[in-house]
Design a protein around this ligand. Structure first.
Ligand SMILES: [Zn+2]
Length: 414
């Protein structure tokens, strides 16, 4: 072996620390001996690393485990309260924010009303984000010094590397830096990410997608989107625009979509699309209790379906059917092991997702949906904000190099 350059030695130290941290996170409570065995590191190396973690408060010693003869080993576990992160979901009329611990458990969340319109100055919105984060931290009552970073999720095309919103259809923004001014205020790392991507990263690190190499997260609600993980890697596409599932064309001359085109999946299956279809049916004097709902919302449609209303059941069923066809396209192209459906539209329940499942099986290519796991993720107000927090947590636990870099590094060592 050639002598390692200094830079490489530091990097290998970082890789080892990350390996030990992730073993304690995923296998803890765990003994030093087991960490050494699972990581192929020497017991001395493991002891050195864990001593640092214990000194910094990141890892706790938990008492004694099973003895295999001789002295009982001390078990180690991650101290999830050693640090906290804040996640923010930016919407047109609300900022939801959540403070989580290192295990992505939400300790406090809040909704801050926001008054904006197309063309609202970015500085106004950035000030509102800063205030929302300040309030979240102070209301959660945690030590400010233990807040490690902030994640922000928003709809639109987002350049996560640069922390810039490239395009926001609602705000009418192009190339607006968001992460930098927030980072400057707090003196913390700030990550900006597309909102669907935040949920995908959350699933990859803390949800059903953990340890799954090929999965897709599909969000339904105000819009429809998809986050894609292929070969264990989050897939962004050439311009960061991968996963615009909502805008595949399913009816060439179908209803108009917010994107300016017609017949997109989103225009057929989103929550606002269903409300629009209900209005049309009411205008056509179709008999339905939905006509009395004020305001006419997805909840009102679901309640009507529960009460036996034919129109409500048909609207939800059709929306689910179209969504299933859209997901079948994804299955045929990507052949995932798992599809996780999330977002605020999950509240519609089985009236929507029963027909969705049927359509997936009906339209997926022979065999590709047989073993497919379809998971409907329960959704709360803080879901999106927690997703944004997970972007920060993902950065904390992420290996310092990806697989390809690691292979290159090893090749350089021999
Ligand atoms: Zn569209």
């Amino acid at each position: 072996m050639t002598r390692l350059r200094r830079g490489n030695r530091d990097l290998i130290k970082e890789i080892n620390r990350n390996l030990v941290l992730n073993l304690i996170k995923s296998r803890g409570p765990i003994s030093r001996t087991d960490i050494a065995r699972l990581s192929s590191l020497s017991l001395a190396t493991v002891s050195g690393i864990t001593a640092d973690f214990i000194a910094s408060g990141l890892v706790h010693e938990l008492g004694e485990g099973e003895s295999t003869g001789g002295r009982r080993p001390m078990l180690l576990r991650l101290n999830y309260q050693a640090g906290f992160v804040v996640g923010v979901k930016l919407m047109e009329q609300t900022i939801t924010s959540a403070l989580t611990d290192l295990d992505a458990s939400v300790l406090h969340h809040r909704a801050t009303p926001l008054t904006t319109a197309t063309g609202t100055e970015p500085s106004v919105v950035i000030r509102a984000i800063i205030q929302a984060v300040e309030n979240t931290i102070s209301e959660a009552g945690v030590d400010r010094a233990r807040v490690l970073g902030i994640g922000i999720g928003m709809a639109g095309v987002v350049d996560g590397e640069a922390g810039i919103c490239r395009y926001s259809p609602f705000f009418g923004w192009r190339d607006v830096p968001i992460a930098e001014p927030v980072a400057a205020h707090f003196g913390l790392p700030v990550y900006l990410e597309n909102d669907v991507n935040t949920l995908t990263i959350a699933e990859q690190w803390f949800g059903y997608g953990h340890g799954v190499d090929h999965f897709v997260v599909v969000t339904v609600g105000r819009g429809v989107g998809a986050g894609i993980v292929v070969n264990g890697q989050f897939y962004r596409g050439a311009l960061g625009g991968a996963g615009e599932l909502g805008h595949i064309t399913l009816q060439e001359n179908g209803p108009p979509c917010d994107c300016g085109k017609r017949g997109c999946l989103e225009a057929l299956t989103s929550d606002p699309a269903m409300v629009r279809q209900a209005r049309v049916a009411i205008t056509l004097r179709e008999r339905t209790v939905v006509a009395e709902a004020e305001p006419l919302t997805l909840e009102a449609i679901v309640a009507a379906a529960e009460a036996g209303d034919e129109l409500a059941r048909r609207l939800l069923g059709d929306a689910g059917h179209w969504l299933g066809i859209g997901i079948a396209h994804l299955v045929n192209i990507l052949n995932p092991q798992m599809v996780i459906v999330g977002g605020e539209g999950v509240r519609a329940g089985e009236w929507r997702f029963g027909p969705m499942r049927e359509a997936i099986h009906e339209h997926a290519f022979d065999g590709l949906a047989d073993e497919l796991e379809i998971i409907i993720e329960p959704s709360g107000d803080e879901t999106w904000a927690r997703g944004a927090a997970c972007v920060v947590l993902g950065e904390i636990f992420k290996p310092p190099v990806d697989r390809k870099e690691a292979i290159d590094l090893m090749a350089a060592m021999v």
